[in-house]
Design a protein around this ligand. Structure first.
Ligand code: ADP
Ligand code: MG
Length: 704
């Protein structure tokens, strides 16, 4: 022990000297100056003191104030100062892989180090962590996995759970486990970090843990709602037929109120889109306004219009465009690039920001462009809180984000564009005022904003719980229902029961709610159980190659495109792949064709000819690669298997596996003389017509 202590001490001293040398170098001094300018830095001593006096601390502060990059560093630095640096072991979890990676890189560079020295990261299938890593950024999923092997988190001194306000499923799950663990590990410190107000909720969950607020500063941001934006295009959105002041029977209509300032292609596109949106029928009352307002009608044209306006007339400053999802981002990017609507291409730097971007692209986002060049970043809600781009002055907000939701009655999970909450809209707006007064354009009317929910529903209350239930079991946390009743906000009993029932039916749990061997394998595959099951069967029955495509295809947007004006041609193109009357197999064929074409660099042309989305094909290709690593990782196939070419392509076998994977979400078609009906496979129940349709779309079972 004395020997160990001596080594640790030596190592800590070394760390301290290294840091001192770095902070005295010109680059290090500049970095320190930047860090000192952050609001979190001004609270450094207070933060360290409250952490040293309490086991659990909640830290809340405006996005960009330095929580993620500074607070873990403060802890590390103070340990290094007190010559305990080599003994501390800090884990900081992030909800997304991309933030774990980008933040660790940033923190390492702030310390003048390479990644993998004292600062590292670990995400699924990737990581950079060395013997001397004392601060590890990882996804929440990685920490949960670690808990699987090491229930007490031996050797860990600090756990920091970041972005808890997002209320992701994994974070809520982790908090239940950590709450249990704390009394058994009195020396372990838990720090929860959150961007917005909910801090009291967490504090009361952890028996009144102290909350530390970091005051932030933002410049004023001028807010434009759709009605103000439309005025720019020469229209006015005015109420008519207004009956009383309480909004009864309020209708709106569009008037052309002034000669347009500028007649351009975009202005007329906006005009068309506005006409198509048919404001006259648009009643603006209560929650209903959310469902009848369709931003897609205005969509891209309006975004183009505003971007154009900013590029031509506005002061310097980056533009951040919040869009619904990756598919919208890539189509808009393509449109902006091919039509060069933004004028001189050399004066615009068009970037995208989303969960799966490459790290080279990540770095560009943070860099300030040359003088006279306008940086425009198209982003998902990831830039709402977890990534801060400093030089943003203009924000465009489409008002939507993709979120997983769950219909407990029909047992159907879905990833759908949904309206954001008021808190999210405020976050998006706030991004514009970090360096100087900014402008925010919300692409929806004020009344739609008024109908937004205050907060987003926590993920645990809106998504399928199947994977979570498996995890609870694999961590041996006892009865699923009992465990979930201890959550910050517990899901409904019916939803929990449905999930358990489903897992029993597919054979992942036995009657007594114990994990079966299949269940155990599924816990190692971070995806929906039905997809995991297909992969496992694909590996066992030696037809992994097509199954990889099917599973990847079920995880991305349908690659078969049907443009409204060319529906017949598109359907004809698809039918050539449909020899076996199966959408899944059509996808397998389409992908195989694409793969061959892509090898001769003709992938794009192939997609164009066959009405396929090149984006989706690439996404499927990337996911396949990820999945094969996973399957190799858990030892289902030999890790030396170089290619998938030796796999069987027996159509009947593949169909059987797809069916078995989707079971019990499948039904059989019963042909009567004149019509047909659908029966579930499980209990032979004849489905209602509307439910039929849902099931029909869901798994297209006719052929099976
Ligand atoms: P918070 O977690 O409170 O939202 P962060 O610690 O992520 O804030 O960021 C603090 C500051 O560091 C921000 O002003 C941000 O712009 C800057 N920053 C963070 N990551 C990077 C990066 N990779 N490159 C440049 N600046 C960064
Ligand atoms: Mg942060």
């Amino acid at each position: 022990n004395a020997y160990m202590e001596k080594i640790l001490r030596q190592r800590s001293l070394q760390m301290r000297d290294q840091q001192q040398a770095w902070q005295e170098s010109p680059e290090g001094r500049r970095m320190l100056e930047f860090r000192r300018s952050l609001p979190a830095y001004k609270k450094k001593e207070a933060i360290l003191s409250v952490i040293s006096r309490n086991q659990v601390v909640i830290i809340s502060g405006e996005t960009g104030c330095g929580k993620t990059t500074q607070i873990p560093q403060f802890i590390l630095e103070s340990e290094v100062e007190s010559v305990c640096g080599a003994a501390c072991n800090i884990i900081c979890t992030q909800p997304r892989r991309i933030s774990a990676m980008s933040v660790s890189e940033r923190v390492a560079s702030e310390r003048g180090e390479k990644l993998g020295e004292s600062v590292g990261y670990k995400v699924r299938l990737e990581g950079m962590k060395g013997r001397d890593t004392h601060l590890l950024f990882c996804t929440t999923g990685i920490l949960l996995r670690r808990l699987l092997a090491d229930r007490k988190l031996k050797g860990v001194t600090h756990v920091i759970v970041d972005e808890i306000h997002e209320r992701g499923m994994n974070e809520d799950f982790l908090l239940i486990i950590l709450k249990e663990l704390l009394p058994h590990r009195p020396e372990l410190k838990l720090i929860l970090m959150s961007a917005t107000l909910d801090a009291e909720l967490f504090s009361s969950y952890f028996n009144g843990a102290p909350i530390m607020f970091i005051p932030g500063f933002t410049y004023p941001v001028r807010t434009h709602f759709l009605e103000n934006i439309l005025e720019m295009t020469g229209y006015r959105l005015t109420p008519y037929n207004q009956i009383d002041d309480y909004g009864q029977e309020r209708m709106w209509k569009m008037n052309k109120h002034a000669p347009r300032k500028r007649k351009s292609q975009i202005a007329s596109a906006v005009e068309d889109a506005i006409m198509a949106a048919d404001f006259k029928d648009y009643s603006l009352q209560t929650q209903e306004s959310l469902s009848c307002w369709n931003p897609d009608c205005i969509g891209f044209s309006l975004i183009e219009y505003i971007l154009c306006n900013i590029c031509e007339n506005e002061r310097p400053g980056a533009v951040l465009v919040f869009m619904t999802g990756w598919d919208d981002i890539s189509s808009l990017k393509e449109k902006l690039l091919t039509h060069t609507v933004l004028g001189d291409a050399n004066r615009v730097l068009l970037l995208t920001c989303h969960g799966s971007m490459a790290s080279s692209e990540q770095r560009l986002i943070f860099e300030e462009p040359e003088d006279g060049v306008r940086k425009i970043v198209l982003t998902t809600n990831i830039a709402e809180t977890s990534i801060t781009i400093n030089d943003v002055v203009f924000v465009l907000d489409c008002g939507k984000a993709k979120e997983t939701s769950y219909d407990a009655l029909n047992n159907t999970p879905c990833l759908l564009p949904t309206w954001i909450s008021k808190v999210s809209a405020k976050q998006r707006r706030g991004r514009a005022g970090r360096v100087q007064p900014g402008e925010c354009y919300h692409l929806y009317p004020r009344c739609v904003y008024d109908a937004f929910a205050e907060y987003q529903l926590p993920e645990i209350l809106r998504t399928p719980l199947q994977s979570l239930c498996l995890q609870i079991k694999s961590l041996r946390l006892g009865s699923i229902s009992e465990f979930l009743s201890r959550a910050l906000q517990s899901p409904e009993t019916l939803v929990v029961q449905n999930a358990i029932e489903y897992l029993k039916i597919i054979g992942a749990l036995d009657e007594d709610e114990n994990l079966t061997i299949l269940g155990r394998c599924l816990t190692m595959l971070p995806m929906e159980p039905k997809l995991g099951k297909m992969l496992i069967l694909g590996a066992i029955f030696n037809c992994l190659d097509p199954i990889l495509t099917v599973v990847a295809g079920l995880s991305v947007r349908d690659p078969f495109l049907t443009p409204l004006d060319k529906r017949d041609l598109a359907e004809e193109a698809k039918s050539q792949f449909c020899g076996a009357y199966s959408d899944h197999l059509a996808l397998v064929r389409a992908y195989e064709g694409w793969r061959d074409a892509e090898m001769d660099l003709g992938g794009y042309e192939y997609c164009w000819k066959n009405f396929l989305s090149s984006q989706s094909m690439k996404a499927i290709d990337a996911l396949r690669r990820e999945f094969i690593c996973l399957v190799k990782d858990i030892g289902l196939v030999d890790s030396n298997t170089a290619s998938c070419n030796e796999w069987s392509s027996d159509v009947n076998l593949i169909r059987a596996i797809i069916c078995y994977g989707l079971y019990p979400g499948i039904c059989s078609v019963v042909h009567n003389e004149k019509s047909f009906s659908l029966k579930t496979m499980e209990d032979g129940q004849v489905l209602l017509y509307s439910l039929c349709l849902i099931q029909w779309c869901f798994c297209l079972v006719e052929a099976y």
